[in-house]
Design a protein around this ligand. Structure first.
Ligand SMILES: [Zn+2]
Length: 262
C-alpha cells in the first residue's frame, strides 16, 4: 500500500437493539437504543483495507444457527435485504481483488461475520490478546460471549497477530483500546488535513467519548480498569487538533449516514 489513505467509506451493515446500560456505564437497563452495526473501508490509490465486517448473514438467517448464537435475552440482529457487506462494497465499486488487508476490532458477532468473504491471501489483523480470548470460546459457548467462533477460527484465514499500537499501512494505525473485550483495538486513519479515529466498541456512543464514560459491558471483571483507560485515551485524542473520534454504534453520529468521507 502506498501514499496516504485518500478517503473512507462508512458502512452500516445492520442494526441491533442495545440496552443503554450496555453502551454507557450507569445507563438505563430498561431503555433500548437501535444501534447501527458499522464497519469502514479505507481507500488508497492502489487498494483498500476493511476495518470490521458486520454480521454473518448466513447465521442470522438460519433459524437453527441463529438459535445457537443469538438466543440470548433482548438481543436480535437486524439485517437489510440481501447481504449488506458485499452489496455495499459492490455499490461503492470496491472489489475483493483490490482488498489488501482487514483488521477486526474485537471478536463480537457484529464485527466478524464478513470474514467469510475474504480471499485467503488477505491478512486479517487481530490483537494477540483478543484472538487468544476468542480462540478460548467454544462454539457452544459462543452465544454467552456474543461471539460466533467459526467466523474467526476458520482455517483458511490468514490471521496476523499484533501487540498494542501498531502501524498497519501508511496513515493507518491500530491502537490498543482494551476493556470492552480483553484485546479490543481501535483505528487511526490519517486523511489529508483530517484524522479520524474509529473507536469501534471502545465507545458505542459519542457521549462515551465526550464525557469519558466507558461502555457498560466488559467480558471479564478485571478489564474494567482497562476500559476506563481506553475511553480516557479516546477522549484525549478527540481533543487533538483536526482529530475526530467516531463512536462505533451511535445512531445519531453523522458519519454513519455518509457514503464517503475525505
Ligand atoms: Zn459491536
Amino acid at each position: 500500500m502506498s501514499g496516504r489513505p485518500l478517503r473512507v467509506h462508512p458502512l452500516v451493515l445492520g442494526f441491533e437493539p442495545i440496552r443503554e446500560s450496555i453502551s454507557v456505564k450507569g445507563g438505563d437497563e430498561g431503555l433500548f437504543l437501535l444501534e447501527p452495526v458499522t464497519a469502514t473501508a479505507v481507500v488508497y490509490l492502489d487498494g483498500w483495507v476493511l476495518l470490521d465486517s458486520g454480521f454473518n448473514a448466513d447465521v442470522v438467517r438460519d433459524p437453527q444457527e441463529r438459535g445457537r448464537y443469538f438466543n440470548y435475552d433482548s438481543y436480535t440482529a437486524l439485517l437489510p435485504p440481501g447481504d449488506p457487506l458485499p452489496d455495499r462494497l459492490a455499490a461503492l465499486g470496491l472489489g475483493w481483488d483490490g482488498l489488501r488487508g482487514c483488521a477486526i476490532s474485537h471478536v463480537h458477532v457484529d464485527h466478524t461475520g464478513g470474514l467469510r468473504f475474504l480471499p485467503a491471501t488477505v491478512p486479517v489483523v487481530f490483537q494477540r490478546e483478543e484472538y487468544a480470548f476468542g480462540a478460548g470460546i467454544s462454539p457452544e459457548m459462543g452465544g454467552a460471549f456474543a461471539t460466533v467462533p467459526p467466523d474467526y477460527l476458520r482455517e483458511e484465514l490468514d490471521i496476523a497477530m499484533i501487540d498494542g499500537d501498531t502501524a498497519l499501512a501508511p496513515g493507518l494505525t491500530a491502537i490498543d483500546t482494551a476493556g470492552h473485550t480483553p484485546g479490543h483495538q481501535s483505528f487511526v486513519v490519517e486523511l489529508a488535513g483530517r484524522t479520524i479515529v474509529l473507536a469501534c466498541d471502545a465507545a458505542d456512543l459519542r457521549r462515551n467519548i465526550e464525557e469519558s464514560i466507558p461502555c457498560g459491558s466488559v467480558m471479564r471483571p478485571q478489564d474494567e480498569e482497562a476500559a476506563r483507560r481506553s475511553i480516557a485515551r479516546l477522549h484525549a485524542l478527540d481533543a487533538q487538533p483536526e482529530t475526530e473520534v467516531w463512536p462505533g454504534h451511535d445512531p445519531g453520529w453523522w458519519a454513519w449516514g455518509e457514503q464517503t468521507v475525505g
